[in-house]
Write a protein that binds this ligand. Structure first.
Ligand code: CA
Length: 245
């Protein structure tokens, strides 16, 4: 009989980094309910912080109250829509929050089945048997150019447009997230993170850290420490989820 996933464990660390005056990233999770989220806000003044925390709050609120009879993917889609609407409406009613938005990368997991969902350039990865695999695709101008073969990866890394994201939560009244279906095995890890991690560290560097035999919390701290050592140009958030037998 194949071993099945019986439970999950999770830990997260968020850090301001070394250059930014404030932390506009936010995260939330409930191991009990099986959902996890990281958001990276943007906007003038404190607007980015408002957008990312609103998105996390809405995601948690909708999924905590979810109807177990409904499909997990549908509930995740509802939570993303609710988060988008909450930010968009708040931005419409406040001049200094106008134009605010946030990325979102999230995981919903039930036994050995789950979905990853993303909007923007925060990323989700799976670590299986010591190998890191990027699950999400960035909604960023340069990544889309690379995928269409119009730009090389090296050009993308040096492009002045590498900060430009093509989808965000809260900037328009509708949002189109991408969904990735997951079959999870005991021992798999998922990493949800903001670009403050992935701009500083290559996937191979993230993989090497996640190969260390350390508790989840310590792995998150190592990732943040490595990103800060590499420059810490942006806020850094790592959320790790491990499936256990
Ligand atoms: Ca960021």
């Amino acid at each position: 009989m194949a071993t099945v996933v019986a439970r999950y464990a999770a830990a997260a660390v968020t850090d301001c980094g070394r250059k930014r005056p404030s932390n506009e990233d936010a995260f939330g999770y409930s191991v009990e309910h099986g959902f996890y989220v990281v958001c990276d806000g943007m906007g003038g003044a404190a607007a980015g912080e408002v957008a990312s925390s609103l998105a996390v709050d809405e995601w948690m609120r909708v999924l905590t109250g979810r109807d177990a009879a409904h499909a997990l993917r549908d509930e995740a889609a509802l939570a993303v829509t609710a988060a988008n609407t909450a930010i968009f409406q708040r931005a419409c009613h406040s001049r200094n929050l106008s134009g605010m938005g946030t990325t979102l990368v999230a995981l919903v997991a039930e036994n050995g089945h789950g979905w990853m969902v993303n909007v923007g350039d925060s990323r989700g990865y799976r670590m299986r048997a010591g190998r890191l695999e990027q699950i999400t695709l960035d909604h960023s101008l340069v990544e889309e150019q690379v995928r269409m073969g119009r730009m090389t990866r090296q050009q993308a890394e040096h492009s002045p447009f590498k900060n430009v994201i093509t989808r965000a939560l809260g900037t328009q009244n509708v949002v189109t997230p991408d969904f990735f279906e997951l079959e999870t095995e005991p021992g798999d890890f998922y990493l949800l993170c903001s670009d403050g991690l992935t701009r500083e560290l290559a996937n191979t560097q993230i993989e090497a850290i996640l190969q260390l035999a350390l508790p989840l919390e310590a792995l998150c701290a190592r990732l943040v420490e490595a990103a800060n050592k590499a420059g810490g140009h942006d806020n850094i958030t790592c959320l790790l989820v491990r499936a256990e037998a």
